[in-house]
Design a protein around this ligand. Structure first.
Ligand code: GLN
Ligand code: ZN
Length: 785
């Protein structure tokens, strides 16, 4: 066996107690000077490095730290600054320009942001306009030197590789309208268009950027750097032979530019596509993910082997989830890798950057001890890497520690949390469940029409109303126990009542209670179902300074008591009009949580589906005739390789139907999805068999309408008639135009009128004004029928 060293791919930026976030926000709100900001963030950065050093990681990443986002860092170091942010005068501050690209200014809209592969991290999409990129600063070198000087660390500079950087960028033309980055009520950014990149465009872009990458690498080599990590997760997605040729020549040139530098071409999130060709590239090393590869990297390794003279950087500890590893099992994995690649230099590391997990579990003493013992956040994962490295090198006695890890995992798996007899029985019994509505759509919709007696083109909203400062403050005081449960409930009821009155006054047809009791559409359900637990400091970066704290789905999920019934029934008691119940569907809950990995995700989804089915039944029994089950994160959770889509979508549909098929024909099931791109999942939308679906539309009207021309959709549908991402109040005429366009392809008796998404992030005045216009537009159109 060759040499084995421990390494890391990236460390969380946030700091144990979100010190990084606070420094950013203090700087943005002018509470601290730039000098102070630089000082505070440097402290976080150095302490992150020191921690990795103390944990015993041999190859520590440098330059992965960011003031906002690593893709933006890459753009910025190459001078890729959209024109609208380019300083008119020299005095303009660099750091402020950097932040303005990410956050926008009064005069200029921020660059778009979108999800980093299938994670919940958002990067800033590079805008490649007419430009002459140049090397503004050798950022990796700067951080390499800092780590060396301050801490004596011989770090491994990390940067986004050229292929990933350029394929994620969008090429932007002067005459195209500027795109807008915005956040909807799910708290996630939505993209308008993603860059499509064929080989020719890719080659053109590579021609512009390759000289800069080469310069960076050459300077690193000259400064004595040994290893450098070029992140190329795009190489696990699909690309053709023509693009492969571009990739080959690019890497050939890169390594030639700095022949002594050990370039590691790092992939992660799934298995490498075109394994044979990529591992043969003339670079010093290849990084592969052996955790999220569905066994495919190992299979390819065993089938095709690995070049003898190359470094294999093997991701062997899960960098995307929070569970402790059974190190005996991982040791076995390492042994198989060594068996197939016997003489190579081996680097052991997490499967991807630890950016996607919280910093440390040591601040979570409140958790049940069996659960706590079965967790592993970033620091603990690095410890696992070190142990594993020692165990294969036999440099330290590790057996008892390996045993301990196995015991911890076994204990959690065998605990009652994960062995709930009723839940397990219900899961087993699923084979006897039809999981379909009683009657087919045509039959049940008639009963629903008769019961609900709604007008033509019924109007409604997506669920949430503005979460004003007072709503958030009151919830915070309640959490701090400054106000009692009773006072808090009364407050929520007052808000519900106020908004029922507003909706009645607006003459909307189907009302909602407004979701004032929810901070977040996933966290809220996590708090009410068993099998979930929140953490205190389990923060992960979502975008910029924004962090989320995904709940842990650690055990069997079961229904405890009604979750939404009280608020919904209260709202219904105030009006003659139907009030729509509002739930979050299983896949969205899963995609925004840390989910146990001892059983298939589909089983977890079904457990959640079964629990929510009970909630749906309670709502129905309590006299709620319309129930909406939101599945906004369905699309973003799609696997990176298309061949896996069918199973993912089938499982998603099944768990959605578990939630929704237990009702009478008369009960109307709605669902909502908020993304503009959905051609890929049209069939899935049909399969969900919801009576009514609402979809975000207004920012890509043309495309969506066109999809419906080809795709005959026979159920009811609301294509959002105005954009909720902007504070602008639309004109009646615009809304009418949107409705009419949709009515060209969708029969009027199937069409619903609603905004694009929830109204949680909007102001009250603008919400009311916009809804008023929406109802007015609807009334005018109804007259034409
Ligand atoms: N019912 C949710 C709301 O209105 C839906 C949010 C979403 O689709 N992301 O906020
Ligand atoms: Zn939405």
């Amino acid at each position: 066996m060759g040499n084995v060293i421990s390494s890391n791919l990236g460390y969380p930026r946030l700091g144990e107690k979100r010190e990084w976030k606070h420094a950013l926000e203090d700087y943005w709100s002018h509470k601290i000077s730039q000098e102070e900001f630089v000082k505070r963030t440097k402290e976080v950065r150095l302490s992150n490095l020191k921690k990795q050093q103390e944990l015993g990681i041999e190859l520590i990443p440098v330059g992965d730290f960011s003031y906002y986002d690593h893709v933006l860092d890459t753009s910025f170091m190459f001078g890729v600054i959209p024109k609208r942010f380019q300083a008119k005068n020299e005095a303009h501050d660099q750091l402020d320009t950097y932040f303005s690209i990410a956050r926008g200014t009064k005069q200029a809209i921020a660059s778009e942001m979108t999800k980093w592969f299938n994670t919940n991290y958002h990067y800033i999409v590079p805008e490649l306009e007419d430009f002459a990129p140049h090397l503004v600063e050798n950022r990796p070198l700067k951080y390499y030197l800092e780590a060396k000087e301050e801490l004596g660390i011989e770090g491994k500079p990390v940067l986004v590789g050229p292929i990933t950087f350029l394929k994620l960028a969008k090429t932007y033309k002067e005459d195209e309208p500027e795109s807008e980055t915005s956040t909807c009520s799910c708290g996630h950014a939505h993209v308008l268009e993603t860059a499509k990149c064929d080989a020719r465009i890719l080659q053109d872009l590579v021609d512009k950027f390759l000289p800069l990458y080469k310069q960076v690498l050459r300077e690193l080599e000259d400064s004595g750097v040994e290893y450098v990590q070029l992140d190329e997760p795009i190489l696990v997605t699909e690309y053709d032979q023509a693009e492969l040729a571009v990739i080959k020549s690019t890497y050939q040139e890169l390594q030639e530019a700095a022949p002594k530098l050990k370039i590691i071409l790092q992939t992660y999130f799934e298995s490498l596509t075109h394994y044979q060709e990529i591992v043969a590239l003339p670079v010093a090393g290849i990084g592969l993910d052996f955790v999220h590869d569905f066994g495919e990297n190992l299979a390819a390794l065993s089938q095709y082997g690995f070049p003898k003279d190359k470094i294999l950087a093997a991701g062997v500890i899960d960098g995307r989830n929070v569970w402790r590893s059974n190190l005996h099992a991982q040791q076995k994995l390492v042994k198989s890798i060594v068996e197939y690649a016997p003489e190579v230099e081996l680097i052991l590391q997490p499967s991807n950057s630890l950016l996607h997990v919280p910093v440390t579990k040591k601040n979570e003493p409140q958790l049940d001890s069996i659960l706590l013992n079965g967790l592993s956040f970033a620091d603990e994962k690095l410890n696992e890497i070190v142990l594993l490295t020692q165990s294969v090198q036999h440099t330290a006695p590790t057996n008892s520690l390996l045993d301990e890890s196995k015991r911890a995992v076994d204990q959690l798996n065998q605990s009652e949390h994960r062995n709930h007899p009723e839940v397990q029985k219900e899961l087993r019994d699923l084979k006897n469940l039809k999981n379909e509505r009683h009657s087919i759509y045509n039959k049940r919709i008639q009963k629903q029409h008769k019961n609900l007696a709604l007008p033509l083109l019924p109007t409604t909203t997506i669920g949430s109303f503005p979460q004003t400062q007072i709503v958030r403050q009151t919830r915070a005081s309640w959490k701090k126990q400054e106000i009692s449960n009773h006072e808090y409930e009364e407050f929520i009821q007052r808000e519900i009542k106020r908004w029922i009155q507003i909706q009645e006054e607006l003459e909307l047809d189907v009302l909602v209670h407004g979701e004032f009791e929810r901070t977040d559409m996933v966290e809220y359900f996590g708090q009410k179902l068993s099998g979930f637990v929140p953490t205190l400091y389990g923060w992960v970066q979502s975008y910029g300074s924004r962090a989320v704290r995904p709940p842990l789905v650690y055990g069997d999920v079961s229904f405890v008591e009604p979750i939404t019934v009280k608020e919904t029934v209260y709202a219904q008691s105030l009006t003659e009009k139907p009030v729509k119940g509002m739930l979050t569907a299983p896949i969205t809950i899963i995609n925004w949580s840390f989910v146990r990995d001892d059983i298939p995700k589909a089983d977890v989804a079904n457990q959640i589906g079964l629990a929510l089915r009970k909630e749906v039944n309670h709502l129905e029994k309590a006299g709620i005739h319309i129930i909406q089950v939101d599945e906004p994160a369905l699309r973003e959770g799609l696997p990176l390789k298309k061949k896996r889509w069918a199973k993912y979508l089938k499982d998603a549909v099944y768990s959605f139907k578990l939630t929704t098929t237990g009702v009478k024909d008369e009960t109307q099931i709605h669902t909502h999805m908020c993304y503009a791109e959905f051609e890929d999942i049209m069939e899935t939308i049909r399969d969900l068999d919801a009576d009514v679906i609402s979809i975000e539309t207004s920012r890509s009207q043309g495309e969506i309408i066109a999809s419906f021309e080809e795709f005959h959709y026979d159920k009811e549908i609301g294509l959002g008639v105005y954009d909720i991402h902007s504070p602008r109040v639309p004109e009646v005429s615009e809304i009418k135009q949107n409705i009419k366009r949709a009515l060209k392809v969708i029969p009027e008796n199937q069409f619903w009128i609603n905004p694009d998404c929830g109204l949680k992030t909007r102001k009250e005045e603008e919400t009311i004004a916009a809804l008023r216009k929406m109802v007015q537009a609807t009334k005018e159109i109804r007259q034409e029928y």
